[in-house]
Design a protein around this ligand. Structure first.
Ligand code: SIN
Length: 481
C-alpha cells in the first residue's frame, strides 16, 4: 500500500524532532528547463547545533535497540522506498536532470543498500577470542561509532545517501545529513520514509543548506560528532579531512576519479563498445567512476572507434522526463562550462570530434567522441563530469598500464581483454580501488561489493561488511577469571 505523505515537508528541514521552515530558503531548479521546482529551508549553524543536541539524545536509545529490531525498521524503509519508486524517481529527475529510466533504476540501487544492511544488522556483535593465559577470557564487541555527519552529492541523490545511512543506522549510529543543495528534496523524502517506517525521532535528521562551510563548522568542531562521511570533490574532501583531524573523527571520503578504460587487441570489441558507452554516458557522464579516458590498442583502434562513434551518435539527448531519453542535461552551468573548456582545449591541441562536440542550448551537451587527443590535454588529467569520451591509441600493455596509472586519482579503471593471464596481470597492476575486467559497471554487481578509491580518490570503503565496519568501533573486553 502506498502511503500519502505531505509533500510540503519536502521543502522543510527535519531536525530536533520535527519539520521546520527556515527564515531563509533557497530555490532548487530543474536542469532540463531552468525552472524552479521549490524553495527549500536554508539551515544555519544554529540549526546544526540543535540537530547535534537532538542526535545525542536519540543515540542513547537507538544504540540499545537490538540489531534485529533495527533491521526490521530498515526493512520497512526499503519496502517504502520501492512503493514510492515513481514519485522518487520523478523528483530526482526534476532536481538534477538524470533521465527518468536511470532514476527508476537508482531507486532500486539505493534500496538495495538498505536491504543488505537490514539483513546484516542482526549479525553485528563480536567474537570470543581464544586467550594465551588460562585465567583470562577475551571478547571483541562491535559498538556504534556514535553521531555521524554525512555530506552527500547530487549525482546520485538517493543512492549516495542510503549507501551511508543504511550501514550507519544498522550499526546503531545516528546520522545528520547535509544533502547537496541541488537535490535536497530527495533527501527530505527519504527522511519522511524513514519516519514512516518507524525510525525513531532524530535518528536520521536532514538539514539542507546553501552555505555549506558555515553550516558544517559546528559538526567539525564538536567532539560528540564521531564520524564524517563525505562524497564529493577531492578539494572539499581534503579540507574536511583536515578539519576532522582536530577532534580525531573517523572519516570515510569518496572523492573524485579519472577512470581509464583499456581496450586490448584481443578484446570482444562489440562488448567493449557497449560497456564503455554505458560507463561513459550514464548520468551524462556525471559519476565518479565513469570512464574519463579511453585507451585502445593500435591494431583495433580504427574498428573500435568507428563502432564507438556509431553507438554514441545514436544516443538520444533530450527531456530527462521522457522514457525515450538516454542523455539529459548536466546539472548546472559551472559543470557545462568545464566540459566546454575541456573540449575546446582538446580541439585546440589537435583533437577531432568524431561525433558531438557542441552544447545545444540550456544545460545540454552532445554525447561526444574525440580522437587524436594530445597527451597534455586537460581532459586526460582533470575529471570531466560530462558526456565526452577522449580516445587515445597505445601499442603495448606496458604503455597502457603506464598511461592508466599516471593519475592523481585511483577510484575506478576498466580493461577489456579475452586473454586470461593479461586480465589478471592488468587487474593487479592497476592502482585503483575498483577494477572492471570486461565489465563497465562493477558497482552494480551487488550492494555488498567494496566501493572506494586509492590516492586522491579517497579514504575507506562503502558497501558490504567493509562499509558497515566504517560505523563500528571494536572494543576489547578482557575478563580475569
Ligand atoms: C559515483 O561514482 O558517483 C557512484 C557511482 C555508483 O555507485 O555506481
Amino acid at each position: 500500500m502506498t502511503t500519502t505523505l505531505d509533500p510540503v515537508t519536502r521543502t522543510q528541514a527535519y531536525f530536533d524532532g520535527g519539520w521546520h521552515t527556515a527564515p531563509r530558503t533557497f530555490e532548487v531548479f530543474h536542469p532540463g528547463n531552468g525552472k524552479s521546482i521549490g524553495a527549500v529551508a536554508d539551515c544555519t549553524a544554529d540549526d546544526a547545533r540543535r540537530a547535534i543536541d537532538a542526535a545525542e539524545v536519540a543515540l542513547r536509545e537507538w544504540r540499545r535497540v537490538t540489531g534485529y529490531d533495527r533491521g526490521q525498521v530498515l526493512r520497512r524503509w526499503h519496502d517504502l522506498m520501492l512503493e514510492h519508486k515513481e514519485p522518487l524517481a520523478r523528483l530526482m529527475t526534476l532536481e538534477m536532470g538524470k533521465p527518468i529510466t536511470e532514476t527508476r533504476g537508482e531507486v532500486h540501487y539505493a534500496a538495495s543498500f538498505i536491504e543488505w544492511c537490514a539483513e546484516e544488522a542482526s549479525r553485528i556483535g563480536g567474537e570470543r577470542i581464544p586467550t594465551r593465559l588460562g585465567n583470562k577470557r577475551a571478547f571483541s564487541s562491535a559498538e556504534p561509532v556514535g553521531i555521524v555527519y554525512a555530506v552527500t552529492p547530487w549525482n546520485f541523490p538517493a543512492g549516495m545517501i542510503t549507501r551511508k545511512a543504511a550501514p550507519a543506522l544498522a550499526a546503531g549510529c545516528v546520522m545528520i545529513l547535509k544533502p547537496a543543495e541541488q537535490s535536497p528534496m530527495t533527501a527530505l523524502y527519504l527522511a519522511e520514509l524513514w519516519l514512516e517506517a518507524g525510525g525513531p525521532a532524530n535518528t536520521f535528521q536532514v538539514l539542507p543548506t546553501n552555505d555549506a562551510p558555515a553550516f558544517s563548522a559546528p559538526f567539525m568542531d564538536d567532539p560528540r560528532v564521531r564520524k564524517l562521511t563525505f562524497t564529493g570533490s577531492t578539494a572539499v574532501g581534503r579540507l574536511l579531512y583536515g578539519q576532522a583531524a582536530r577532534t580525531m573523527k573517523r572519516v570515510s571520503l569518496e572523492l573524485g576519479g579519472h577512470a581509464p578504460f583499456l581496450v586490448f587487441e584481443d578484446a570482444d570489441l562489440e562488448r567493449a563498445v557497449r560497456e564503455v558507452v554505458s560507463s561513459k554516458f550514464r548520468n551524462a557522464g556525471q559519476t565518479c567512476i565513469c570512464t574519463n579516458r579511453v585507451y585502445v590498442q593500435r591494431s583495433v583502434a580504427e574498428e573500435f572507434t568507428r563502432l564507438l562513434a556509431e553507438r554514441t551518435g545514436s544516443l538520444t539527448l533530450g527531456d530527462p522526463l521522457l522514457d525515450s531519453t538516454r542523455i539529459g542535461p548536466v546539472v548546472e552551468q559551472a559543470g557545462l562550462d568545464k566540459i566546454q573548456a575541456q573540449v575546446k582545449d582538446a580541439l585546440d591541441r589537435g583533437a577531432k570530434a568524431l561525433v558531438g562536440g557542441q552544447a545545444t542550448g540550456g544545460l545540454f551537451f552532445e554525447p561526444t567522441v574525440l580522437t587524436d587527443v594530445a597527451p597534455d590535454s586537460l581532459i586526460l588529467r582533470e575529471e570531466t563530469f560530462g558526456p565526452v569520451a577522449p580516445v587515445v591509441i597505445f601499442d603495448t600493455e606496458e604503455e597502457a598500464l603506464r598511461l592508466a596509472n599516471d593519475s592523481e586519482y585511483g577510484l575506478a579503471a576498466y580493461a577489456f581483454t579475452n586473454d586470461l593471464s593479461r586480465a589478471w596481470r592488468v587487474a593487479e597492476a592497476l592502482e585503483y580501488g575498483i577494477v572492471g575486467i570486461n565489465d563497465g559497471g562493477p558497482s552494480n554487481a551487488a550492494p555488498n561489493v567494496p566501493f572506494g578509491g586509492m590516492k586522491n580518490s579517497g579514504v575507506g570503503r562503502e558497501g558490504g561488511h567493509w562499509g558497515l565496519e566504517e560505523y563500528l568501533e571494536i572494543k576489547l573486553i578482557s575478563m580475569g577469571v
